[in-house]
Design a protein around this ligand. Sequence first.
Ligand code: MSP
Length: 506
Amino acid sequence: MPRFYLTTPIYYVNDIPHLGHAYTMVNADAISRWHRLLGDDVLFLTGTDEHGLKVARAAEQNGMTPQEWTDRTSRRFVEAWEQLEMSNDRFIRTTDPRHHSAVAELLSRIHDNGYIHLDSYRGPYCVGCEAYYGPDELVDGCCPVHGVPVDEVEEENYFFALSRFGDRLLEWYETNPNAVMPESKRNEAIGFIRGGLKDISITRTSIDWGVKVPWDPAHVFYVWYDALVNYVTAIGFGSDDSNFAHWWPAVHHLIGKDILRFHCVWWPAMCMAAGIDPPKSIFVHGWLLVGGEKMAKSKLNQVHPAELVSEIGVDALRYHLLRDTPLGPDGDFSYEGMIARYNSDLANNLGNLASRVAAVVAGKCGGIGPAPRRESRLALEAEVACDAAQRAWESFAPHEALEATWKLLRETNAELETSEPWKKEPGAEVNGVLGDALEVLRIVGLLASPAMPSTCTELWRRIGLRASPLDARFPRDAAWGGYPGGLVVERGSPLFPRKQAASSQG
Ligand code: MSP
């Protein structure tokens, strides 16, 4: 059985979940669900990143200990992901003692292998990024990501000999053309490596909220050095060798573009230094912008998923995020765009087809759904949709997978418009048209289930199927002719009632 291990970044608990985080999560969740449909052995991991100066400061500002603060904020992420119906198999917290042990083990191996030394560091540090910058990387003296003034820090720290990994990293990129995708991001990482790598500071003495350095407990690891290790902690690195060997290195990391350097340069080098394989692939996506800007607490432009869920529902939000912002480039969130997509694709195409078919089945077939025809134009369209959706889901392009699936819905609505079964006498022709439409609804329920698990489960139930699309297998259960006919088709309330285009958010 093929293995599919997918990770998201682990989220800082200085903040609460916003739509930018939800964007990564919904994509990761839908892709994991697709692989479960294929019957793969899937592990989907997410979690929270709980150490570092940023979190320690947030705790202090809120009058709590860091542990109290992280317990409380980490729970907000767990709850947000439950609300969005995430199917993550594990949720890792970096304050978990097992994570501390794994970090100590991995970093000790790097130390024992001779890649860590003591030195002193002086230079700019952005707490927002939890990252050191070279003076030349600042923009008008400010952080290039947050646009705020940076701290000037001077410390005696342990350093990781990143400079010794340039050639090995370039060789890794050369022999693994899909290690970093898309191409533009791969080139960015290669360009950074070619520009020359400097050794990096990996510990700090000025704070104690972190994982203690096992060979020198006056130091804690710099938060990124501890955070990256979560990907192997969660699969038993240093404690459960067979589980670790089962999942590593067949991992796919899904990350945002702001953390490319950590994942595409540092992390593979850390793996090499510790004597484990680098990850199999890293997919770098862009940002979901609001009014052209990245969502950030400091900019007060955050959109919170729960507000949108109460407006349009979980599945509609998931669909919008997947359909309208392809993984790769930046995308702009707009309330109006979300409502327009809801009305066109969900209320009109999917919702309309489902209620129309149920109404005509009630009127012409006594509420019992007929079987599809063995040969029909829609059978060919369904095959095209399945092929295109499969290719798209597998190449991290949910928007294309959904477009292919919705094309099938549009074709089916058009077919009904042409044949107008509601105007005809009951009989073979009407049965054939309705049976085909029911079969399309069944297949769409399967193809769209990674995006909209609850809606698709409900859709299958309404057309009389006992099974859930979440237990189906692709391609086996997507073959034309699976709808048996003779099932009771329910006329329920509209799956997606139309929304007013005017924004209630002003
Ligand atoms: N804790 C680190 C990641 C450590 S992974 C070993 C971190 N956390 S974060 O909470 O700041 O960001 C987590 C992820 O959310 C990043 O991939 C970041 O790109 C993503 N996003 C944050 N805002 C975003 C948008 N507005 N749009 C899309 N993704 C965004 O970095």
